[in-house]
Design a protein. Sequence first.
Length: 435
Amino acid sequence: MIPRYARPEMTDIWEPATKFRIWYEIEAHACDAQAELGVIPKENAQAVWTAKDAVFDVARIDEIEAVTKHDVIAFLTHLAEHVGADQARFVHQGMTSSDVLDTCLNVQLMRAADLLIADMDKLLAALKRRAFEHKDTVRIGRSHGIHAEPTTMGLTFARFYAEMERGRRRLLAAREEIATGAISGAVGTFANIDPAVEEHVCRQMGLKPETISTQVIPRDRHAMFFATLGVIASSMENIAIEIRHMQRTEVLEAEEFFSKGQKGSSAMPHKRNPVLTENLTGLARLVRMTVVPAMENVALWHERDISHSSVERGIAPDATVTLDFALNRLAGVIDKLVIYPENMLANMNKFKGLVMSQRVLLALTQAGVSREDAYRLVQRNAMKVWEQGKDFKEELLADAEVTAALSPAEIEEKFDLGYHTKHVDTIFARVFGAE
């Protein structure tokens, strides 16, 4: 993660000071549970809490780790410096490092998910507002990048809303799946620590006890979490690509807000580039880049190895920080997106009625013409529009084979734009519910 693409609310989750604070809480809650079970003296457990207002010195912990070559031991040594060596002698009783590391990581991922869910709520609100604003703003739908049939800008926003709402539900499920903790000791057998300790720590940290851990929490949970972030990033890029297309000079149906004093190019003063959505396309790649390593972390040797550890130190902050920034940026883009309805109509009419070809085809078949002949008749006239700039309706009216099956009034009726938007309200009700 780099500061350019990071927001402090998310980066704070991944700061070393935050991590050490979570480690401390895990250890202190474990001491409480151990004392309740009579494993350690209650006064020792209470003594650990005397450090609750302490500021853990990251530099000092790093200094100790330089000697111990073990991060958790370095932290425990520093904790003893706060509460006293004798009072701290029962800290980490029966636990192993992964109990602290994995439980902490899942707390951080859970907190990150909460921020990302709030980000998605912000984006969904913007998409919904713009969908209703442009529910009836007609634009041409495209397949393969080529004019297809009329749709509305509201439907475009609505389908992005529906996609992101599915992403939000997936993220809620991923948050639930990742919200587990493990305080099960070496190789996960609880040989040196009672399962009640795990239950207490998890309850205090807002987690569920892991169903069965080895010496680590199973990494399929994490793989699903990062895969979900990757899907959300892809949906984000899907929206960004549409906006980038709409902002092309030849299209110009919408564009990113261009603020006063903004410059588009160091060489060409006329330029207004879709820089934010291009940036979002790149950020989506960065988030997706973390998915495969998360998948590869699932396979570990026996009850534990640390091949996953270095990976997660990178991908956990990188994926969550980047996606958090990107979702906020996209919400801002949608909120301020400039829409050009007149250009949408002009683009749709560029080929003079050609987009109504399917209606004419269907009408001919309804009038008794075989589908093969109907297709031939419609395509014959459509190609004149493509190649010679003719008017589609006029060509149909001048075609004796067409008028033998359809009257001029019937042909005229097939060019009613409202025909294509008659079910917009039905689609909106499906997406947003009855409103």
